[in-house]
Design a protein around this ligand. Structure first.
Ligand SMILES: [Zn+2]
Length: 153
């Protein structure tokens, strides 16, 4: 995995490479796939799992595309896969997922404005790929609301 330096000085997996992997896995590039990748990378930075299999994800996306495309982005960027029993998809069908590592939790939700922009992508973009690339370039603050729960001892 290629690492890249971020603006805050930290190092992390290269976003472009991660999205390429997600596209290979999912079959096409779309905005919800990119949101899922970004969500998973943010969760990793918040919860810093040290080993494969430490993180679990519960997505509240349901399993109807295109919203559920988020699931594939999350699986690729976190390693929380269906096969490992580390991710589940639940109702009610919102762009939100809860991630946990050893009792530390973070809930990440895509902002309403972003979802609205995706739903009406034809107003501003020529293709779904174009809005996906645009979302890829934005900051976490622009994309997500985040709620952390510290472990209670
Ligand atoms: Zn998709």
């Amino acid at each position: 995995m290629l690492l890249e330096k971020r603006s805050d000085g930290s190092e992390g997996p290269c976003l472009h490479e991660m999205i390429n992997r997600a596209v290979e896995f999912h079959g096409h590039l779309g905005p919800f796939l990119v949101l899922g990748v970004r969500m998973g990378l943010l969760a990793r930075r918040e919860l810093f799992p040290m080993e494969d299999g430490e993180m679990k994800a519960v997505a509240r996306t349901g399993n109807v595309p295109s919203l559920s495309c988020l699931l594939d982005g999350i699986q690729v960027s976190t390693g929380c896969t269906m096969g490992k029993g580390k991710i589940s998809a639940e109702p009610p069908g919102v762009p939100e997922a809860e991630f946990s590592v050893h009792g530390r939790r973070v809930t990440i939700r895509a902002k309403d404005g972003i979802i609205e922009e995706i739903r009406s992508w034809r107003d501003r973009y020529a293709s779904l790929e174009e809005i996906a690339r645009s979302i890829q370039e934005r900051s976490d603050d622009e994309l997500f609301d985040l709620k952390s729960t510290k472990k209670v001892k």
